[in-house]
Design a binder for this molecule. Structure first.
Ligand SMILES: Cc1ncc(COP(=O)(O)O)c(C=O)c1O
Length: 401
């Protein structure tokens, strides 16, 4: 007897979920429907569908969903173990829709201090303007979050690990405390991906993804996903996304679904290569510390081992202090690692950053310079050569300066 999707193993789910070949002449991939207007044959049909626009398989208008967006939503929800998913136009719009779906004027939001910068920006600018108060909390707070929850706290927001400083949060402890006090939990699970962290099994209500990263996987489309644990949450988020006019273009949705099919294979290679490069970097004298939770000596390693089944290709390198010109001498001349703010594509990236100015609840007092690396699908020997030459340039420039 055929197995239910929920009984299949993750790689099989990523390969098969959302496929509908027998609705489409046996063609493997769902077709790309370019749709705004959807026609109704009769008044009765038009009226009948009006109240059902968020039901799967019911199409009313391009913005509300199409046979192109549905398979992607179905596949990501199945992979993460949620009830349903909503596709949005970018990762940041997935974050903002998830927050807006749960918050109203007078509410209080607990936001992790290590959060992605533009999410913080949205809280400080937009949510504040609409009467939502945000308190930032220490990513390592764990069950201590309880002391920060107020009567009007509606959302506790997590990002684990933080995509710049890589602290791993105690997700089940925070989710349990929030649930006990009636607050919803939303996690940015972009680093964990729907493959390596299953937030709903840890008690989280909503998981958001910058699908732009590993789901699309080829640095060629913007996309967000909001995945919800249960039907009530799904309806709330879907309704909010609709109210904001959120949707994604069909060609980009197609690219995301195509990316998802190979994501498990790519991710394992990203994981393996990132660990090879990270361990090599640990032996370099210019490096003070590597920020990568899958390394045994990382402060978040025990929680990562407990909750995650893998790690992606993104991690941080803390260099011993050097003058800015030495860092530029390293990064300006890299041959394979180019500078760019995204990650999750097939290519390697390096970007310098400083968390000091943006943190408010906790300080970042490491004296050195942080560089965030994304390890792509290149041969690690070539990546290590490139980094080695870069670090040599850094040392030479530091000595000269
Ligand atoms: C952790 C995290 N969340 C959300 C986003 C936003 O995604 P997008 O760039 O698709 O809007 C990013 C982008 O870098 C990110 O790193």
């Amino acid at each position: 007897m055929a197995k239910k999707t929920s009984d299949l193993r993750p790689d099989t789910v990523a390969t098969h979920a959302g496929l509908r070949p027998w609705e489409n002449h046996g063609i493997v991939n769902p077709p790309v429907y370019h749709a705004s207007t959807i026609l109704y044959p009769t008044v009765a049909e038009l009226k009948g569908r009006a109240g059902r626009k968020f039901e799967k398989g019911v199409y009313t208008y391009g913005r509300a969903g199409t046979p192109t967006s549905e398979p992607l939503e179905e596949a990501v929800a199945a992979l993460e173990g949620g009830f349903g998913a909503v596709v949005t136009s970018s990762g940041l719009s997935a974050v903002t829709v998830a927050l807006m779906a749960h918050l109203a004027a007078g509410d209080h939001l607990l936001m992790v201090d290590s959060v992605y910068g533009p999410t913080r920006n949205f809280c400080d600018k937009v949510l504040k303007r609409f009467g939502v108060e945000t308190t930032y909390y220490d990513p390592l707070v764990g069950a201590g979050i309880d002391a920060l929850i107020r009567d009007n706290t509606r959302v506790v927001y997590l990002e684990s690990p933080g995509s710049h400083t890589f602290e791993i949060q105690d997700v089940p402890a925070i989710a349990a405390a929030a649930r006990a006090r009636g607050a919803a939990t939303i996690i940015d699970n972009t680093w964990g991906t729907p493959l390596f962290l299953k937030p709903f099994a840890l008690g989280v209500d909503v998981s958001v993804h910058a699908a732009t990263k590993y789901i699309v996987g080829h640095s060629d489309a913007m996309m967000g996903m909001v995945v919800c644990a249960d039907e009530a949450g799904y309806r709330r988020v879907k309704g909010c996304a609709y109210d904001f006019g959120q949707c994604a273009g069909p060609d980009d949705v197609y690219l995301a679904l195509r990316g998802l099919r190979t994501m498990p294979v790519r991710l394992r290679r990203h994981q393996e290569s990132a660990l090879v490069v990270a361990r090599w970097l640990q032996g370099r004298p210019e490096v003070a510390r590597i920020l990568h939770p899958a390394l045994e000596d990382d402060p978040g390693h025990a929680l990562w081992r407990r909750d995650f089944t893998g790690a992606c290709g993104l991690f941080g390198v803390l260099l011993h202090p050097v003058p800015p010109a030495a860092l530029a001498a390293m990064l300006d001349e890299m041959e394979l690692f180019h500078m760019g703010y995204s990650w999750g594509g097939y290519e390697s990236l390096a970007v310098p950053y400083d968390p000091r100015p943006i943190r408010t609840a906790t300080g970042w007092d490491e004296p050195g310079q942080l560089v965030r690396l994304h390890i792509g699908l290149e041969d690690t020997a070539d990546l290590i050569d490139d980094l080695g030459r870069g670090l040599d340039r850094l040392t030479a420039a530091a000595k000269a300066g």
